[in-house]
Design a protein around this ligand. Structure first.
Ligand code: FRU
Length: 488
């Protein structure tokens, strides 16, 4: 059974991946192979709540239009199939190849059920472009006797000629690095942590090298997700830049040795992101995607018959700002092929307290991209509101006094959930031009500020089409901004 997007159901996004039915969380096994981007994901084939974890599967040729394929890796008697990654084993180091083509090798966490359940790293491999998978008879391949040891992300490190695995020791607030020649035997190399956000659960690490914009050099990026124990519902994608010598990761730090902790996304709904493996060098991008939800309220989000969506895929780079390497995320360029102009990009002049109102044709789903360029961010606060016919309201606000960008979703469905209803915000530079690239789909909003240096991702629940957008500003300046709006 295959399903082509887009589908039209209440809340069904137009340009974000959702499974046709049932529960989905983390992206898993992201790999490019033979012309296809593969997206595997944590999936419950039996229902719309977390459980029976298995790997679902979808493929795309452009990262935008996805085709859902049959269940890839099902649970078994011993294990639920938790998060992990896939590599193309070009040189057949694992010996799982069939002699014809390089095998795809999946490394996933086998999670036992019940009391004293253990988590260990296991392998499955495929000879048919990820359509069918064989679990390795020698599983698990890495078992250290821990109950919270998960989410292996594996890559080939050419300089040291071996495979590297980053994997979380979740309750110890530690990311461990292992090395292997054959994907089956792993030696411990080094650890990161406990440090920084300790006392919370650490999950879903990734480690990769990125170019620095305009400088020609590269730095390494370590990302992991922290579920804060002190603030329930706050889940933070943490990023460190640094160097990696094939054995250990050394974070960039200030003069006092304190690492530059960054937050990859300031919303409540960007979690468990990992990057694609094996994107061809001729493309050269490092692209990641995240689960666009939050374990705190995901099970209560009233979508049906599915639950869970992915963010838009984002191409990554580093930008040196105030002598710190900042992670920069840009929506993948492939999305531009969907644009249909609603408001040609042009200057808008709004006297104070007046508003600009855009009304979409009523038969169009809420799926659009806004570009706002404010000439000088320090002189005007403004809001962009989205409204539907049911009185639901979603608001983006720029507060020029405090230099904060905010999303407020307290006037929609799910407002009864205190984490969902709390505004999320990010502080930006206080002066200079401000650019916002805003993607609104049924069910979500993603804001890329300052050309991707700050991102906020949030689900929202505005049922039905027939939407309008209103832009209002408070201070009176002649020349306000440029605005472009496209339907996607
Ligand atoms: C993160 C996570 C992972 C785990 C998976 C189980 O969302 O908790 O650590 O592997 O989900 O579904």
């Amino acid at each position: 059974m295959m399903t082509e997007f887009p589908m039209r159901e209440a809340f069904r996004p137009s340009f974000h991946f959702t499974p046709q039915r049932n529960w989905m969380n983390d992206p898993n096994g992201l790999v490019w192979f033979a012309g296809e981007y593969h997206l595997f994901y944590q999936y419950n084939p039996d229902g719309d709540q977390w459980g029976h974890m298995s790997w679902g599967h979808a493929v795309s040729r452009d990262l935008v239009a996805w085709t859902e394929l049959p269940l890839a890796i099902p649970e078994d008697e011993r294990h639920w199939i938790f998060s992990g990654s896939i590599v193309v084993d070009w040189a057949n180091t694992s010996g799982f190849g069939d002699g014809a083509a390089p095998p795809l090798v999946a490394l996933y966490t086998g999670a036992e059920r019940g009391d004293d359940a253990m988590q260990s790293q296991c392998i499955a491999y495929s000879h048919d472009r990820g359509r069918s998978w064989t679990k390795y008879g020698g599983n698990p391949v890495l078992d250290v006797g821990l109950g919270d040891f998960r989410d292996p992300k594996v890559f080939w490190h050419a300089a040291s000629g071996r495979w590297i695995m980053v994997v979380a020791m979740s309750l110890a607030s530690r990311i461990a690095l292992y090395g292997s020649d054959n994907l089956r035997q792993w030696q411990h190399l080094s650890d990161i942590g406990p440090a920084g956000p300790t006392g919370s659960v650490w999950e879903c690490p990734d480690l990769f090298e990125l170019p620095v914009e305009g400088e020609g050099g590269t730095r390494w990026v370590l990302k992991f997700d922290v579920m804060r124990s002190d603030e329930p519902g706050i889940a933070v994608p943490v990023v460190l830049t640094g160097s990696f010598d094939g054995t250990a990761f050394a974070p960039d730090a200030d003069a006092g040795g304190i690492p530059h902790w960054q937050r990859a996304d300031h919303g409540h709904d960007f979690y468990a992101a990992i990057s694609w493996s094996d994107i061809p060098a001729s493309d050269g991008r490092r692209v990641w995607i995240g689960w666009m939800s939050n374990h705190h309220y995901a099970a209560a989000v009233p979508t049906s018959p599915w639950r869970g969506a992915m963010t838009i895929p984002r191409a990554l780079s580093l930008r040196r700002i105030d002598d710190v390497y900042r992670l920069v995320q840009q929506p993948v360029a492939e999305l531009q092929a969907r644009r249909r102009t609603l408001h040609e990009p042009r200057a808008i002049t709004l006297p104070a307290t007046q508003t600009l109102r855009l009304v979409a044709p009523t038969d169009l789903p809420l799926a659009c991209e806004f570009h706002v360029r404010v000439h000088e961010r320090s002189v005007a606060s403004f809001t962009i509101g989205l409204d539907n016919r049911h009185g639901h309201h979603l608001e983006i606000g720029w507060d020029c006094t405090n230099a904060r960008l905010r999303i407020d979703r307290s006037a929609g469905l799910m407002a009864g959930n205190s984490v969902f209803a709390a505004p999320c915000s990010a502080s930006l530079a206080a002066a200079g031009p401000l650019t916002l690239q805003i993607f609104v789909d049924r069910g979500s909003i993603e804001i890329f500020a300052d050309d991707g240096a700050t991102v906020i991702t949030a689900q929202h629940l505005m049922p039905d089409d027939g939407w309008s957008a209103t832009i209002a500003r408070r201070e009176n300046t002649q020349d306000f901004a440029e605005l472009g709006v496209w339907l996607l």
